[in-house]
Ligand binder design. Structure first.
Ligand code: ZN
Length: 85
């Protein structure tokens, strides 16, 4: 009888761990939309929060990107246009 109770508790603990795991996988930006200011990544068009964004200082303007990759891409595009002019 005690063993059955033990297994029930073990199963419940496992359920809590799995539930917590899936809860953490929900992107925080999606849940916070509407509460926190978001910025649009000019390279890929993704919306990022100030907390998650990679901020680049370009021509004195603060531009928000989803990743360093996008920042570098934007920066190289900026350099391309300056060399062409
Ligand atoms: Zn991006």
């Amino acid at each position: 009888m005690l063993r059955i109770l033990f297994y029930i508790l073990l199963g419940y603990a496992l359920y809590l761990v799995i539930r917590g795991f899936f809860r953490k996988r929900v992107p925080p930006a999606a849940r916070r939309t509407g509460e926190v200011e978001t910025f649009r990544d000019p390279v890929c068009g993704v919306y990022v929060t100030a907390e998650d964004a990679v901020v680049g200082n370009l021509d004195g303007k603060r531009v928000h990107f989803c990743s360093m990759e996008c920042l570098e891409k934007y920066r190289s595009n900026l350099n391309d246009t300056t060399t062409r002019q």
